[in-house]
Ligand binder design. Structure first.
Ligand code: NAP
Length: 250
């Protein structure tokens, strides 16, 4: 990752923050994007007090203007965008379909699906002329599964997987590597919200069933390497034992 320019959405906590720490320790230049500017500014200052290698940018991924601004910040600060990690996501409110609020249901699509499209669209404007770039879309088992109370989340992740597949089909031969990363269940705030919902089997899991966010970060970094090219256009599952062994995760 040495001197690679990387934009991470949803970098304020959880998987995004763990990925920022790992990639920075491996030499990357980072743009941290999230709505919580205080959190990403604090993380940027902790990692890089000089402010030359880590930049925090307020960004709501449901706004194309915000996402495009975050991409352009990477270009302005670091001269290129080598890697985009479309990680920002949400699952709340968790409700059965007839109880869901149409505006809130749609907002999850705006973030989890349109956010991935916006990031990909903005990044490609810079990656295609350079004939190289890597886009990692954080997916979920929900992309191909169905769970009670998660109709918004399952639909949004299924659509994001479709974007991964289509983007790979359109741009693989132009040097763009697009891979999804399905982490299994991860011990973040999202699982706290899921637990509180009590609505489906995932909410019955205990904290010890979840992997740490650092494992997801390890997978994301590996997916940026040439070793992972065989996973282009699909979701790499971190629940798969062979995949875990490949990454050296127990
Ligand atoms: P998390 O701890 O709740 O973090 C979610 C991140 O997304 C936060 O940084 C949040 O930042 C950001 N975010 C939410 N809405 C946003 C918006 N509109 N614009 C910009 N950023 C936004 O959850 P996590 O577990 O790390 O989730 C990260 C990704 O992994 C998500 O795509 C999630 O679907 C996926 N995933 C998680 C699990 C799991 O078990 N945890 C499993 C499978 C997939 P702000 O609130 O500051 O904006």
């Amino acid at each position: 990752m040495e001197n690679k320019s990387v934009l991470i959405t949803g970098a304020s906590r959880g998987i995004g923050a763990a990925t920022a720490r790992l990639l920075f320790s491996n030499g990357a230049n980072l743009v941290l994007a999230a709505r919580s500017l205080n959190e990403i500014t604090a993380l940027a200052q902790e990692l890089d007090p000089s402010g030359s290698k880590v930049i925090a940018v307020a960004c709501d991924v449901s706004s194309y203007t915000d996402v495009n601004n975050a991409v352009n910040t990477a270009i302005t600060q670091f001269g290129s965008l080598d890697v985009l990690i479309n990680n920002a996501g949400l699952i709340e409110p968790i409700k059965t379909l007839h109880e869901s609020d149409p505006t809130q249901w749609s907002h999850v699509i705006d973030v989890n699906t349109k956010g991935v499209y916006y990031g990909t669209h903005a990044a490609l404007q810079h990656m295609l002329p350079n004939k190289q770039g890597t886009i990692i879309n954080i997916s979920s088992g929900a992309a191909t599964g169905a769970l009670e109370g998660w109709s918004h989340y399952c639909a949004s992740k299924a659509a994001a997987l479709s974007i991964t597949r289509c983007t790979d089909k359109e741009y693989r031969d132009q040097g763009i590597n697009v891979i999804g990363m399905s982490p299994g269940t991860v011990a973040t705030d999202m699982q706290v919200a899921i637990k509180q919902s009590g609505i489906n089997p995932v909410s019955k899991l205990s904290a010890s069933d979840h992997i740490p966010a650092e494992w997801a970060a390890t997978a994301i970094m590996w997916l940026c390497s040439d070793e992972a090219l065989g996973f282009r256009g699909q979701d790499f599952s971190l629940r798969d034992e062979d995949n875990r062994r490949t990454l050296g995760l127990a």
